[in-house]
Design a protein around this ligand. Structure first.
Ligand code: HEC
Ligand code: HEC
Ligand code: HEC
Ligand code: HEC
Ligand code: HEC
Length: 169
Protein backbone atom coordinates (compact mmCIF):
# COMPACT_ATOMS: atom_id res chain seq x y z
CA UNK A 1 0.00 0.00 0.00
CA UNK A 2 1.30 3.46 -0.83
CA UNK A 3 2.14 6.17 1.66
CA UNK A 4 -0.94 8.12 0.50
CA UNK A 5 -3.17 5.13 1.18
CA UNK A 6 -1.63 4.71 4.56
CA UNK A 7 -2.28 8.35 5.39
CA UNK A 8 -5.91 8.01 4.36
CA UNK A 9 -6.17 4.97 6.63
CA UNK A 10 -4.66 6.90 9.51
CA UNK A 11 -6.88 9.91 8.87
CA UNK A 12 -9.97 7.67 8.94
CA UNK A 13 -8.69 6.11 12.14
CA UNK A 14 -8.13 9.52 13.69
CA UNK A 15 -11.55 10.74 12.49
CA UNK A 16 -13.22 7.81 14.22
CA UNK A 17 -11.17 8.44 17.36
CA UNK A 18 -12.05 12.16 17.35
CA UNK A 19 -15.77 11.46 16.93
CA UNK A 20 -15.40 8.94 19.74
CA UNK A 21 -13.92 11.39 22.25
CA UNK A 22 -15.81 14.53 21.15
CA UNK A 23 -18.49 13.92 23.76
CA UNK A 24 -15.97 13.19 26.45
CA UNK A 25 -14.14 16.46 25.73
CA UNK A 26 -17.15 18.45 26.89
CA UNK A 27 -16.96 16.86 30.29
CA UNK A 28 -14.55 18.33 32.88
CA UNK A 29 -10.97 17.11 32.52
CA UNK A 30 -10.42 13.75 34.10
CA UNK A 31 -8.01 14.08 37.00
CA UNK A 32 -4.52 12.83 36.34
CA UNK A 33 -2.14 13.75 39.04
CA UNK A 34 0.55 15.46 36.94
CA UNK A 35 2.78 17.49 39.24
CA UNK A 36 2.26 20.73 37.26
CA UNK A 37 -0.39 22.00 34.83
CA UNK A 38 1.84 22.62 31.82
CA UNK A 39 0.32 23.73 28.52
CA UNK A 40 1.67 21.98 25.41
CA UNK A 41 -0.09 24.60 23.30
CA UNK A 42 1.72 27.57 24.89
CA UNK A 43 5.16 25.94 24.76
CA UNK A 44 4.78 24.73 21.17
CA UNK A 45 3.54 28.22 20.20
CA UNK A 46 6.95 29.48 21.43
CA UNK A 47 8.50 27.31 18.69
CA UNK A 48 9.63 24.52 21.04
CA UNK A 49 10.17 21.17 19.31
CA UNK A 50 8.78 17.92 20.73
CA UNK A 51 12.29 16.53 21.05
CA UNK A 52 13.36 19.41 23.33
CA UNK A 53 11.25 17.80 26.07
CA UNK A 54 10.91 14.22 24.77
CA UNK A 55 14.61 13.72 24.16
CA UNK A 56 14.54 10.00 23.37
CA UNK A 57 11.93 10.20 20.64
CA UNK A 58 14.24 10.24 17.62
CA UNK A 59 16.95 7.86 18.76
CA UNK A 60 15.49 5.55 21.38
CA UNK A 61 12.52 3.29 22.07
CA UNK A 62 11.05 5.57 24.70
CA UNK A 63 10.18 9.20 23.95
CA UNK A 64 10.92 10.02 27.63
CA UNK A 65 9.79 12.91 29.82
CA UNK A 66 11.67 16.11 30.65
CA UNK A 67 13.49 16.61 33.94
CA UNK A 68 13.15 19.67 36.15
CA UNK A 69 16.62 20.76 34.97
CA UNK A 70 15.29 20.90 31.37
CA UNK A 71 12.46 23.19 32.52
CA UNK A 72 14.81 25.37 34.56
CA UNK A 73 16.81 26.21 31.42
CA UNK A 74 14.07 28.81 30.89
CA UNK A 75 12.17 28.99 34.20
CA UNK A 76 15.17 30.13 36.30
CA UNK A 77 13.61 33.48 35.45
CA UNK A 78 9.81 34.10 35.32
CA UNK A 79 8.12 33.34 31.97
CA UNK A 80 4.68 34.73 31.08
CA UNK A 81 1.85 35.54 33.49
CA UNK A 82 0.17 32.19 34.23
CA UNK A 83 -0.40 31.54 37.97
CA UNK A 84 1.14 28.03 37.81
CA UNK A 85 4.44 29.25 36.36
CA UNK A 86 6.23 30.13 39.66
CA UNK A 87 5.53 26.53 40.76
CA UNK A 88 8.44 25.39 38.55
CA UNK A 89 10.89 27.35 40.72
CA UNK A 90 9.11 26.14 43.89
CA UNK A 91 9.92 22.53 42.89
CA UNK A 92 13.54 23.53 42.29
CA UNK A 93 13.75 25.34 45.66
CA UNK A 94 12.52 22.15 47.38
CA UNK A 95 14.95 20.03 45.35
CA UNK A 96 11.94 17.94 44.22
CA UNK A 97 12.01 16.23 40.78
CA UNK A 98 8.88 16.36 38.57
CA UNK A 99 7.33 12.88 38.64
CA UNK A 100 5.33 12.82 35.39
CA UNK A 101 2.69 10.13 35.04
CA UNK A 102 2.88 8.07 31.80
CA UNK A 103 -0.57 7.55 30.29
CA UNK A 104 0.15 5.57 27.11
CA UNK A 105 1.51 2.19 28.03
CA UNK A 106 1.44 -1.03 26.02
CA UNK A 107 1.35 -4.32 27.93
CA UNK A 108 4.73 -5.39 29.31
CA UNK A 109 5.13 -8.19 26.74
CA UNK A 110 5.08 -5.73 23.80
CA UNK A 111 8.14 -3.89 22.52
CA UNK A 112 7.56 -0.57 20.76
CA UNK A 113 10.22 1.76 19.40
CA UNK A 114 9.70 5.47 18.75
CA UNK A 115 12.99 5.68 16.83
CA UNK A 116 11.85 2.95 14.38
CA UNK A 117 8.70 4.88 13.49
CA UNK A 118 9.73 8.52 13.87
CA UNK A 119 13.27 8.35 12.45
CA UNK A 120 13.41 5.28 10.17
CA UNK A 121 9.82 5.56 8.88
CA UNK A 122 9.50 9.37 9.11
CA UNK A 123 6.14 9.25 10.85
CA UNK A 124 4.82 12.43 12.47
CA UNK A 125 3.73 12.26 16.12
CA UNK A 126 0.17 13.14 15.13
CA UNK A 127 -0.15 9.94 13.07
CA UNK A 128 -0.56 8.17 16.42
CA UNK A 129 -0.98 10.89 19.07
CA UNK A 130 -3.34 13.83 19.32
CA UNK A 131 -2.27 17.20 17.84
CA UNK A 132 -0.48 18.42 20.97
CA UNK A 133 -0.14 21.99 19.65
CA UNK A 134 -3.85 22.37 20.52
CA UNK A 135 -3.69 20.77 23.98
CA UNK A 136 -3.77 23.27 26.83
CA UNK A 137 -3.93 20.97 29.85
CA UNK A 138 -2.61 17.55 30.84
CA UNK A 139 -4.11 14.84 28.61
CA UNK A 140 -5.87 13.01 31.43
CA UNK A 141 -5.99 9.71 29.55
CA UNK A 142 -4.06 7.75 26.92
CA UNK A 143 -4.38 9.18 23.39
CA UNK A 144 -2.95 6.17 21.50
CA UNK A 145 -5.07 3.06 21.18
CA UNK A 146 -3.11 0.75 18.91
CA UNK A 147 -4.20 -2.84 19.05
CA UNK A 148 -2.13 -5.69 17.66
CA UNK A 149 -4.31 -5.88 14.54
CA UNK A 150 -3.58 -2.20 13.74
CA UNK A 151 0.17 -2.54 14.29
CA UNK A 152 0.19 -5.65 12.10
CA UNK A 153 -2.01 -4.13 9.37
CA UNK A 154 0.42 -1.26 8.88
CA UNK A 155 3.47 -3.50 9.14
CA UNK A 156 2.00 -5.72 6.42
CA UNK A 157 1.26 -2.82 4.06
CA UNK A 158 4.65 -1.18 4.73
CA UNK A 159 6.60 -4.44 4.49
CA UNK A 160 7.85 -3.95 8.06
CA UNK A 161 8.49 -6.93 10.32
CA UNK A 162 5.65 -9.40 11.03
CA UNK A 163 7.90 -11.54 13.21
CA UNK A 164 6.24 -12.18 16.57
CA UNK A 165 9.58 -11.55 18.25
CA UNK A 166 9.98 -8.09 16.70
CA UNK A 167 7.09 -6.84 18.85
CA UNK A 168 7.14 -9.41 21.65
CA UNK A 169 10.42 -9.62 23.52
C1 HEC B 1 8.01 22.12 27.33
C2 HEC B 1 8.18 20.69 27.28
C3 HEC B 1 7.35 19.87 26.29
C4 HEC B 1 7.25 20.04 24.93
C5 HEC B 1 7.85 21.12 24.05
C6 HEC B 1 6.43 18.93 24.45
N1 HEC B 1 6.06 18.14 25.51
FE1 HEC B 1 4.86 16.50 25.45
N2 HEC B 1 4.89 16.34 27.48
C7 HEC B 1 5.62 17.16 28.32
C8 HEC B 1 5.32 16.82 29.70
C9 HEC B 1 5.91 17.51 30.93
C10 HEC B 1 4.37 15.76 29.66
C11 HEC B 1 3.68 15.06 30.85
C12 HEC B 1 2.69 15.99 31.51
C13 HEC B 1 1.57 16.45 30.62
O1 HEC B 1 0.98 15.66 29.88
O2 HEC B 1 1.26 17.66 30.64
C14 HEC B 1 4.13 15.48 28.25
C15 HEC B 1 3.27 14.50 27.78
C16 HEC B 1 3.10 14.19 26.43
C17 HEC B 1 2.31 13.09 25.93
C18 HEC B 1 1.56 12.07 26.79
C19 HEC B 1 2.51 10.90 27.02
C20 HEC B 1 1.96 9.84 27.92
O3 HEC B 1 1.78 8.71 27.44
O4 HEC B 1 1.73 10.11 29.11
C21 HEC B 1 2.38 13.11 24.58
C22 HEC B 1 1.71 12.16 23.61
C23 HEC B 1 3.23 14.23 24.22
N3 HEC B 1 3.66 14.86 25.38
C24 HEC B 1 3.54 14.58 22.92
C25 HEC B 1 4.22 15.73 22.56
C26 HEC B 1 4.38 16.18 21.19
C27 HEC B 1 3.83 15.44 19.98
C28 HEC B 1 5.08 17.35 21.23
C29 HEC B 1 5.49 18.25 20.08
C30 HEC B 1 4.42 18.58 19.12
C31 HEC B 1 5.38 17.63 22.63
N4 HEC B 1 4.83 16.63 23.40
C32 HEC B 1 6.10 18.71 23.12
C33 HEC B 1 6.49 18.17 27.93
C34 HEC B 1 6.60 18.68 26.65
C1 HEC C 1 12.50 27.19 25.97
C2 HEC C 1 12.02 27.78 27.21
C3 HEC C 1 11.07 26.97 28.08
C4 HEC C 1 11.26 25.68 28.57
C5 HEC C 1 12.43 24.73 28.34
C6 HEC C 1 10.11 25.40 29.40
N1 HEC C 1 9.26 26.47 29.41
FE1 HEC C 1 7.54 26.64 30.50
N2 HEC C 1 7.17 28.44 29.68
C7 HEC C 1 8.00 29.09 28.79
C8 HEC C 1 7.37 30.34 28.37
C9 HEC C 1 7.95 31.37 27.40
C10 HEC C 1 6.12 30.39 29.05
C11 HEC C 1 5.06 31.48 28.93
C12 HEC C 1 4.15 31.10 27.81
C13 HEC C 1 2.99 32.03 27.66
O1 HEC C 1 2.54 32.61 28.65
O2 HEC C 1 2.48 32.12 26.52
C14 HEC C 1 6.04 29.20 29.87
C15 HEC C 1 4.97 28.90 30.71
C16 HEC C 1 4.93 27.84 31.60
C17 HEC C 1 3.90 27.60 32.59
C18 HEC C 1 2.66 28.43 32.83
C19 HEC C 1 1.45 27.69 32.23
C20 HEC C 1 1.69 27.42 30.78
O3 HEC C 1 1.98 26.26 30.43
O4 HEC C 1 1.68 28.36 29.99
C21 HEC C 1 4.24 26.44 33.24
C22 HEC C 1 3.48 25.76 34.38
C23 HEC C 1 5.46 25.96 32.64
N3 HEC C 1 5.86 26.83 31.66
C24 HEC C 1 6.08 24.79 33.00
C25 HEC C 1 7.17 24.25 32.34
C26 HEC C 1 7.72 22.94 32.63
C27 HEC C 1 7.17 21.99 33.67
C28 HEC C 1 8.79 22.79 31.81
C29 HEC C 1 9.66 21.56 31.69
C30 HEC C 1 8.95 20.35 31.36
C31 HEC C 1 8.91 23.98 31.00
N4 HEC C 1 7.92 24.85 31.34
C32 HEC C 1 9.91 24.19 30.06
C33 HEC C 1 9.24 28.68 28.37
C34 HEC C 1 9.80 27.43 28.61
C1 HEC D 1 3.49 4.56 15.47
C2 HEC D 1 2.79 5.31 16.48
C3 HEC D 1 3.50 6.39 17.27
C4 HEC D 1 4.18 7.50 16.79
C5 HEC D 1 4.43 7.91 15.35
C6 HEC D 1 4.61 8.26 17.96
N1 HEC D 1 4.23 7.61 19.11
FE1 HEC D 1 4.54 8.20 21.04
N2 HEC D 1 3.71 6.46 21.74
C7 HEC D 1 3.18 5.46 20.94
C8 HEC D 1 2.87 4.30 21.76
C9 HEC D 1 2.28 2.98 21.26
C10 HEC D 1 3.23 4.64 23.09
C11 HEC D 1 3.19 3.74 24.33
C12 HEC D 1 4.59 3.11 24.36
C13 HEC D 1 4.90 2.15 25.47
O1 HEC D 1 4.03 1.64 26.17
O2 HEC D 1 6.11 1.90 25.65
C14 HEC D 1 3.75 6.02 23.04
C15 HEC D 1 4.23 6.74 24.14
C16 HEC D 1 4.70 8.05 24.09
C17 HEC D 1 5.12 8.82 25.26
C18 HEC D 1 5.13 8.37 26.71
C19 HEC D 1 6.07 7.23 26.98
C20 HEC D 1 7.47 7.32 26.43
O3 HEC D 1 7.71 6.75 25.37
O4 HEC D 1 8.36 7.92 27.06
C21 HEC D 1 5.51 10.06 24.79
C22 HEC D 1 6.03 11.23 25.62
C23 HEC D 1 5.35 10.05 23.34
N3 HEC D 1 4.86 8.81 22.96
C24 HEC D 1 5.67 11.11 22.50
C25 HEC D 1 5.74 11.02 21.11
C26 HEC D 1 6.28 12.08 20.25
C27 HEC D 1 6.83 13.42 20.73
C28 HEC D 1 6.20 11.61 18.96
C29 HEC D 1 6.66 12.29 17.66
C30 HEC D 1 8.04 12.83 17.63
C31 HEC D 1 5.59 10.26 19.00
N4 HEC D 1 5.36 9.95 20.33
C32 HEC D 1 5.32 9.45 17.91
C33 HEC D 1 2.98 5.52 19.58
C34 HEC D 1 3.54 6.47 18.73
C1 HEC E 1 1.31 3.35 10.30
C2 HEC E 1 2.29 2.27 10.22
C3 HEC E 1 2.77 1.60 11.49
C4 HEC E 1 2.08 1.38 12.67
C5 HEC E 1 0.65 1.76 13.03
C6 HEC E 1 2.99 0.66 13.52
N1 HEC E 1 4.19 0.47 12.89
FE1 HEC E 1 5.83 -0.46 13.70
N2 HEC E 1 6.91 -0.01 12.03
C7 HEC E 1 6.40 0.55 10.87
C8 HEC E 1 7.44 0.59 9.85
C9 HEC E 1 7.30 1.09 8.41
C10 HEC E 1 8.60 0.04 10.45
C11 HEC E 1 9.99 -0.18 9.80
C12 HEC E 1 10.84 1.04 9.99
C13 HEC E 1 12.17 0.82 9.29
O1 HEC E 1 12.94 -0.04 9.75
O2 HEC E 1 12.39 1.49 8.27
C14 HEC E 1 8.23 -0.33 11.82
C15 HEC E 1 9.11 -0.90 12.74
C16 HEC E 1 8.75 -1.40 13.97
C17 HEC E 1 9.63 -2.10 14.89
C18 HEC E 1 11.10 -2.42 14.64
C19 HEC E 1 11.08 -3.75 13.93
C20 HEC E 1 12.45 -4.38 13.81
O3 HEC E 1 12.65 -4.99 12.75
O4 HEC E 1 13.24 -4.29 14.75
C21 HEC E 1 8.87 -2.47 15.97
C22 HEC E 1 9.33 -3.24 17.19
C23 HEC E 1 7.52 -1.99 15.75
N3 HEC E 1 7.50 -1.34 14.53
C24 HEC E 1 6.47 -2.19 16.61
C25 HEC E 1 5.20 -1.67 16.43
C26 HEC E 1 4.10 -1.83 17.38
C27 HEC E 1 4.17 -2.62 18.66
C28 HEC E 1 3.04 -1.14 16.87
C29 HEC E 1 1.66 -0.95 17.46
C30 HEC E 1 1.60 -0.53 18.87
C31 HEC E 1 3.47 -0.55 15.61
N4 HEC E 1 4.77 -0.92 15.37
C32 HEC E 1 2.67 0.22 14.80
C33 HEC E 1 5.12 1.01 10.69
C34 HEC E 1 4.10 1.02 11.64
C1 HEC F 1 3.75 -5.20 14.82
C2 HEC F 1 3.73 -5.63 16.19
C3 HEC F 1 3.21 -7.01 16.56
C4 HEC F 1 3.49 -8.21 15.93
C5 HEC F 1 4.31 -8.45 14.67
C6 HEC F 1 2.85 -9.22 16.72
N1 HEC F 1 2.20 -8.65 17.79
FE1 HEC F 1 1.13 -9.65 19.25
N2 HEC F 1 0.62 -7.86 20.11
C7 HEC F 1 1.04 -6.62 19.68
C8 HEC F 1 0.45 -5.62 20.55
C9 HEC F 1 0.65 -4.12 20.43
C10 HEC F 1 -0.33 -6.30 21.52
C11 HEC F 1 -1.12 -5.70 22.67
C12 HEC F 1 -2.46 -5.25 22.18
C13 HEC F 1 -3.31 -4.58 23.23
O1 HEC F 1 -2.92 -4.49 24.38
O2 HEC F 1 -4.41 -4.15 22.84
C14 HEC F 1 -0.20 -7.72 21.21
C15 HEC F 1 -0.82 -8.74 21.94
C16 HEC F 1 -0.60 -10.09 21.74
C17 HEC F 1 -1.14 -11.15 22.58
C18 HEC F 1 -2.02 -10.95 23.80
C19 HEC F 1 -3.47 -11.16 23.45
C20 HEC F 1 -4.05 -10.06 22.65
O3 HEC F 1 -4.55 -10.29 21.53
O4 HEC F 1 -4.03 -8.89 23.11
C21 HEC F 1 -0.70 -12.33 22.05
C22 HEC F 1 -1.00 -13.73 22.57
C23 HEC F 1 0.10 -12.02 20.87
N3 HEC F 1 0.15 -10.65 20.73
C24 HEC F 1 0.73 -12.95 20.07
C25 HEC F 1 1.41 -12.69 18.88
C26 HEC F 1 1.96 -13.69 17.97
C27 HEC F 1 1.86 -15.21 18.17
C28 HEC F 1 2.56 -13.01 16.95
C29 HEC F 1 3.23 -13.59 15.69
C30 HEC F 1 2.35 -14.39 14.85
C31 HEC F 1 2.40 -11.59 17.22
N4 HEC F 1 1.70 -11.43 18.40
C32 HEC F 1 2.92 -10.57 16.42
C33 HEC F 1 1.88 -6.35 18.61
C34 HEC F 1 2.39 -7.30 17.72
Amino acid sequence: MSYAHRRIGIILLVAVAVVGVAGARLAPARGTSQPLPMSHKRHIAKAMKCRACHQGVEGEARASFPTLADCMDCHKTPQGQEPAEPEVRAFAARGQELAWVQLNRLPGHVYFSHAAHVTLDHMGCEECHRDMSAVNQALGEADVHLEMSECVACHRSEQASLDCLACHK
